[in-house]
Design a protein around this ligand. Structure first.
Ligand code: FES
Length: 186
């Protein structure tokens, strides 16, 4: 009911990095803007705005609080699980809503790196294609897991990976297990 750090004045906020994800046509667009303490390499301020659901609002509100003072690297690597924990829990089918704010935060950090000539950092975090035939990346696999895929079959239903030559199966199963552990293991 009382989200913190909402970006009220887009034009007047002199951000060092800005990330926009989602699609306004689907109603889930998210904007995150950060100010960076350049000497310390930490996030000095974080503001956001969304048309997403209540879970996205609550998750991004708490995210914007906890990242202040974190290094860019720490903030980049926060997980959906960390955010849900700070909130005191989120229903499993809403976990993916907490990803929206963090995706925009990552984009804002990458934007900061790009503006400051540190593109090597951005490259390092780029996604990798796991299924060549269907062009499915590790990031898409992670999102499918966050949206509820628990078995290889469910992963296939959502992403269509592994439906042609099948060579990506072992790699995909390994990633599926890793992401389940990352986001859902207690
Ligand atoms: S590499 Fe995934 S189906 Fe061929």
């Amino acid at each position: 009911m009382h989200p913190r750090n909402v970006l009220e004045d887009d034009a007047g906020y002199q951000e060092d990095g800005k990330g926009i994800v989602g699609n306004i046509k689907c109603g889930d667009e998210m904007v995150v803007a950060i100010k960076v303490d350049k000497k310390k390499g930490t996030i000095a301020d974080c503001k956001w705005k969304t048309y997403g659901c209540a879970s996205a609002i609550a998750s991004t509100s708490i995210l914007s609080e906890i990242v202040k003072g974190m290094t860019l690297d720490e903030a980049y690597h926060i997980t959906a699980k960390d955010i849900a924990k700070e909130l005191g829990g989120l229903p499993e089918h809403k976990i993916h809503c907490s990803v929206l704010g963090h995706k925009a935060l990552r984009a804002a950090i990458e934007d900061y790196y790009t503006r400051n000539g540190m593109t090597d950092k951005v490259e390092r975090e780029k996604e990798h294609v796991i299924c060549q035939c269907m062009n499915v990346t590790d990031i898409e696999i992670e999102h499918a897991v966050l949206e509820g895929a628990k078995t290889y079959l469910e992963l296939q239903e959502r992403t269509k990976l592994g439906t042609v030559c099948g060579q990506c199966k072992d790699k995909a199963i390994k990633l599926l297990e890793d992401y389940k552990k990352k986001h859902f293991a207690k």
